[in-house]
Write a protein that binds this ligand. Structure first.
Ligand code: ZN
Length: 85
């Protein structure tokens, strides 16, 4: 295999967190952008998670109780699992 290719939503979702954190570079980044342009399902999920991240960042101005961040992680995991293919 040469580099990262995103040919399925499973691949895209696996890299989504890194993408939202700005950790994907070069080829992986373009592959992700390409997938999000063509896949409405992953695009909505990316939007959802980006909004969630933004609201968590907003909350971070105040101390976040550990239960809350734990709960958000649990919700995110359920959301990802429930999404399926
Ligand atoms: Zn997709």
């Amino acid at each position: 295999m040469t580099g990262t290719e995103i040919n399925s939503c499973t691949e895209a979702l696996r890299l989504l967190a890194a993408h939202l954190d700005g950790e994907l570079g070069g080829h992986a980044h373009s592959e992700m952008e390409r997938h999000l342009r063509t896949c409405r399902s992953c695009f909505s999920r990316a939007e959802f998670e980006a909004r969630l991240k933004a609201s968590i960042a907003g909350l971070a101005q105040e101390p976040v109780p550990p239960e809350l961040s734990q709960r958000v992680h649990t919700l995110l995991r359920e959301f990802t699992v429930a999404g399926g293919d």
